[in-house]
Design a protein around this ligand. Structure first.
Ligand SMILES: *Cc1c(COP(=O)(O)O)cnc(C)c1O
Length: 396
C-alpha cells in the first residue's frame, strides 16, 4: 500500500495536512483554561455543521459505534420497542446493538440497495396507537450499499401518523458531506464520527440531542457510565470532561469545522455531488450499475458497484492494494463478493477522484473484465470539465 495515494475507502478518509498538524500537539492540562479554547469552538463548529441550534451536542472519545450507544442508552429503557430497517451492514449492526441492550426491535428487512421504507414505517407507526414504539432508528447513508435515505420524508411520515417516537439518525457517513438538517428535519439524536466527513482519524463520536431527547434522558433507565450525557454536560459546564478527553483530535475537529464552514457547507455538498456524479458516470461507462436501486437513492459519499455475475468483487480490492497501492472498499455482509466500493468523501478533488477511477480501470482490465482503458476516466472528465465551466460562469 502506498501512503502517497489517496484512499478510496468510505472512511477513514484522507486527512488534510493542516488537520494532521492540528492534531499533533504537546500535552496540555485538560483541566486548564487552555482546553476551553479547544472544546467550545469545536462544539460550536460541530453544531453549525449539523445545522443544530437547539438541544445539546456532545463529543465522546470513541468511534461512531460509541455514538450509537450514546443515542440508545441515554434515551431508552430496557425492553422498549424500537423500529428499524435493515438495508445494509451499518443498519444491521445498530439493530444488533439494540438487541444486545434488550430492546424489542421491530425490524423491517428490505433489499440491500433500497432505502428506508418510509411508507411501511408510517403504516407500522399508525398501527401503534398505544405508542409502544419509543424510537425510530434511521441510517441516513448506508455505507455498505451507497444508499441515502430520506430523513425529512421519514419525519413527515412520523407526523402524518401522529406518532411521538424519537427519531434517532445515524449520519456517520453523510454529515459534513451531504445535506443534513438537524433542526429542519426534526432529528432527535444525530450520530457521527470524526473519520468521515470531518476528515480526521477515528477517535471521536459526535452526538447531537434535541430538547426532546434530552428530556427523555431524564427518565431513561438503560445503564450508562462512559456514555452519560449528564456527566458530559457537567464536565462541559466546568470547561472539562468527566474523564480524559482526546485533546489533539478535538483540536483537529475544531480546525475541520472551520475548514468546512470556510469552504461553505453548500459548496462542500456541491463538490461531493459533482465528484460522485463523475464516479457514477465512470461506472456507467464500465457497463456496471450501482448497488443503489434508483437515482434518488444514490449516495454522494460512497458508490457500491455491482460486478458481473460470477466474478468475486473482492479480487478488485485485493489487486488494487497489492498491485497499485490503492485502497477501495470491499463488499460487506449480504453483498460481500458482489460489490466493491469507491469512497468519495472528505478531502477529495476532481483530480484525486480521476486517479481512483483510472486505477480501478487498470485493476479490472488486469483481472480480465471487459473494461476499455480510459472509458470511465473520459466519462468522469466530461462531468468534471462541465462542473469547472459552471463554476467559472458562476464566478463571473
Ligand atoms: C463508519 C460508520 C459507522 C461507525 O463506525 P465506527 O467504525 O464505529 O466509527 C456507523 N454508521 C455508518 C453508516 C458508518 O458509515
Amino acid at each position: 500500500m502506498s501512503i502517497q495515494n489517496p484512499v478510496f475507502i468510505p472512511g477513514p478518509t484522507n486527512i488534510p495536512e493542516a488537520i494532521r498538524k492540528a492534531c499533533d500537539m504537546p500535552t496540555i492540562d485538560h483541566r486548564s483554561p487552555l482546553f476551553a479554547k479547544i472544546l467550545h469552538p469545536a462544539l460550536d463548529g460541530v453544531r453549525q455543521v449539523l445545522r443544530q441550534t437547539s438541544g445539546e451536542t456532545f463529543i465522546f472519545p470513541a468511534s461512531g459505534t460509541g455514538g450509537w450507544e450514546t443515542a440508545l442508552t441515554n434515551t431508552l429503557n430496557p425492553g422498549d420497542r424500537v423500529l428499524a430497517a435493515r438495508n445494509g451492514m451499518f443498519s444491521h449492526k445498530w439493530i444488533d446493538m439494540c438487541q444486545r441492550f434488550g430492546l424489542d426491535v421491530t425490524q423491517v428487512d428490505v433489499e440491500w440497495g433500497e432505502g428506508l421504507p418510509v411508507d411501511q414505517f408510517e403504516q407500522i407507526l399508525r398501527e401503534d396507537s398505544a405508542g409502544e414504539i419509543k424510537a425510530v432508528l434511521a441510517t441516513h447513508n448506508e455505507t455498505a450499499t451507497g444508499v441515502v435515505s430520506d430523513i425529512a420524508g421519514l419525519r413527515r411520515a412520523m407526523e402524518a401518523a401522529g406518532h411521538g417516537a424519537l427519531l434517532l439518525v445515524d449520519g456517520v457517513s453523510s454529515i459534513g458531506s451531504m445535506p443534513f438538517e438537524f433542526d429542519g428535519w426534526g432529528v432527535d439524536v444525530a450520530v457521527t464520527g470524526s473519520q468521515k466527513g470531518f476528515m480526521l482519524s477515528a477517535g471521536l463520536a459526535i452526538v447531537g440531542f434535541s430538547d426532546k431527547a434530552v428530556a427523555a434522558s431524564k427518565s431513561a433507565t438503560l445503564p450508562r457510565t462512559f456514555w452519560s450525557i449528564d456527566d458530559m454536560r457537567k464536565g462541559y459546564a466546568a470547561d472539562a470532561y468527566p474523564y480524559t478527553p482526546a485533546v489533539g483530535l478535538m483540536n483537529g475537529l475544531k480546525l475541520a469545522t472551520e475548514m468546512l464552514l470556510d469552504e461553505g457547507l453548500d459548496q462542500v455538498f456541491a463538490r461531493h455531488a459533482r465528484i460522485a456524479d463523475g464516479v457514477r458516470a465512470a461506472v456507467g461507462a464500465w457497463g456496471m450499475t450501482p448497488c443503489a436501486r434508483r437515482p434518488e437513492l444514490y449516495s454522494n459519499t460512497v458508490t457500491a458497484i455491482r460486478t458481473p455475475e460470477g466474478f468475486n468483487a473482492s479480487r478488485i480490492v485485493e489487486h488494487a492494494a497489492t498491485q497499485y497501492g490503492m485502497a477501495f472498499g470491499t463488499g460487506l455482509g449480504d453483498v460481500a463478493g458482489k460489490v466493491f466500493r469507491i469512497g468519495h468523501l472528505g478531502q477529495l478533488t476532481d483530480a484525486m477522484a480521476l486517479s481512483g477511477i483510472a486505477t480501478a480501470e487498470m485493476v479490472m482490465a488486469d483481472l480480465g473484465l471487459d473494461i476499455p482503458l480510459g472509458a470511465g476516466v473520459a466519462a468522469a472528465q466530461g462531468v468534471y470539465r462541465r462542473g469547472a465551466q459552471d463554476e467559472r460562469m458562476a464566478a463571473q
